[in-house]
Design a protein around this ligand. Structure first.
Ligand SMILES: O=C(O)C1=C[C@@H](OP(=O)(O)O)[C@@H](O)[C@H](O)C1
Ligand SMILES: C=C(OP(=O)(O)O)C(=O)O
Length: 448
């Protein structure tokens, strides 16, 4: 829901010996998609391990507002009784997607080819993010969008009465745009084709196939060409949501930079379109190992073991890896500050249109903590200060951005003086148990 109440200032301070197991919550991307695809199926989808963060709960409310039955059993199992492709009801109220770009963009796509009208809003962060990247392709299906200047929320989408299928080359590396187009294509007759030049997370494609849609991906010179046949009947599924690699990043990075640490983060999905951070950390010399590697539900999974790594070196992160670790650059910049030498991150313009401008937000806080950062439109460079070298001692602004808040709290664990964030409230959007989980490992972290 929009607004997360009064700010929750939090502080972390120099810690040592983080130990134990970190059971991070379910994957946020897969959780949103489980609810939306469940709502578009005929019958009951059962979901275990759903992330119960505010972003996903907002999507659950939206699916209810559009006619699906979404319920949580006492044991934490979620049941979604779907209305079928094309079966969404017109919501009687404004759909509030809170802080969630994924929620609003995927839901807009899912309703854009149905003869209903819906109005979307969010919090101050979401209402500042660009929506034309989604409404432009939705217009090709015949949907109309009216929003604020610059294609911002609040925004009303009038769904197409007679949708036509679309062939669309995604102009920015974005799984949200790709997914919005595919979900819109579900209720268009014929074949919708989406082409992405750079591979982004492929959960929508995998899950659509799992729900019984006819979908194929071909890798060509043009990029990944995804072809979906419209108007299928989706079959309800039983889904076990894997644990979120983007959440795992925080205890993993905390252990790498905190003296004497040895932390196990079990059952993490290592889909190659999501695992770029872990590859990068290993290239930097992190003591990060994959234990018990296996396959679950068609996805590679492992238990991650991270140990204090005082000898990490800065590297040049390959730009073609950006999409597979896009949400992890903020916490990578924290590890980079604690490594030796410079870490260069290029091809990351998308970081400027997340919950905050993540390059600006991290650069400002890192500089306040005594770290040298250079940045340009689509790149930034962090000068490492070596293990134990970051002064800290600043208050950093989180800009309504969960990942910025968590990243600075991780930094404080390895800085000489405590690091404060002005508002840890947004952490509940993706990682509601962050505080308790970190405390359980022995991190010095508290509300102030
Ligand atoms: O599709 C998804 O679930 C997501 C895609 C990414 O956004 P973009 O598509 O805007 O890159 C990512 O940053 C976000 O956290 C989740
Ligand atoms: C960018 C993120 O999410 P969203 O775009 O869904 O708000 C994120 O979780 O880091």
């Amino acid at each position: 829901m929009s607004g997360h109440g009064a700010p929750v200032p939090m502080q972390s301070s120099l810690s040592s010996g983080l130990k134990g197991e970190a059971h991070v919550p379910g994957d946020k991307s897969i959780s949103h998609r489980s609810l939306i695809l469940g709502a578009l199926s005929v019958g009951e989808t059962v979901v275990t391990g759903l992330l119960e963060g505010e972003d996903v709960l907002d999507t659950a409310r939206a699916m209810r507002a559009m006619g699906a039955k979404v319920a949580r059993d006492a044991d934490g199992v979620w049941r979604v009784h779907g209305v079928g492709v094309g079966g969404f009801a017109e919501p009687g109220q404004v759909i509030d997607c809170g802080n969630s770009g994924t929620g609003v963009r995927l839901i807009m796509g899912a309703m854009a080819t149905s003869p209903i009208t819906a109005t979307f809003t969010g919090d101050a962060s979401l209402n500042g993010r660009p929506m034309a990247r989604v409404t432009d392709p939705l217009a090709l299906f015949g949907a109309r969008a009216v929003g604020r200047a610059g294609g911002r929320l609040p925004m009303t989408i009038v769904g197409a009465r007679e949708p036509v299928p679309v062939r669309y080359v995604v102009p920015v590396p974005s799984a949200q745009v790709k997914s919005a187009v595919l979900l819109a294509g579900l209720n268009a007759p014929g074949q919708t084709v989406v082409i992405e030049r750079e591979a982004t997370r492929d959960h929508t494609e995998r899950m659509l196939a799992g729900f019984g849609a006819e979908i194929s991906t071909e890798v060509t010179e043009e990029g990944r060409v995804i072809t979906l046949t419209g108007q299928p009947e989706l079959t309800p599924q039983t889904i076990v949501v894997p644990r979120d690699p983007s959440s795992a990043a925080f205890p993993v990075c905390a252990a790498l930079i905190t003296e004497g640490s040895d932390v196990l983060v079990p059952n993490i999905g290592l889909n190659p379109t999501r695992a770029g951070l872990f590859t990068t950390l290993r290239e930097m010399g992190a003591d990060l190992t994959y234990e018990n590697e296996r396959e679950e539900g068609g996805e590679p999974v492992a238990d991650l073991r991270a140990r204090f790594s005082p000898d990490m070196q800065g590297i040049e992160v390959p730009p073609e890896r950006a999409a597979s670790m896009i949400d992890e650059y903020p916490v990578l910049s924290v590890v980079a500050a604690c490594a030796t030498g410079r870490t260069v991150m290029r091809g990351v313009k998308e970081l400027r249109v997340k919950e905050s401008d993540r390059i600006d937000a991290m650069a400002a806080g890192l500089r306040a903590c005594g770290v040298t950062v250079e940045d340009g439109e689509d790149w930034w460079i962090v000068e490492g200060m070596g293990a134990g070298g970051v002064p800290g001692g600043a208050t950093c602004a989180s800009h309504l951005d969960h990942r910025i808040a968590m990243s600075f709290l991780v930094l404080g664990l390895a800085s000489r003086d405590p690091v404060t964030v002005d508002d840890g409230g947004p952490i509940a959007t993706s990682f509601p148990v962050f505080e308790a989980l970190m405390a359980g490992l022995g991190a010095e972290m508290r509300r102030v």
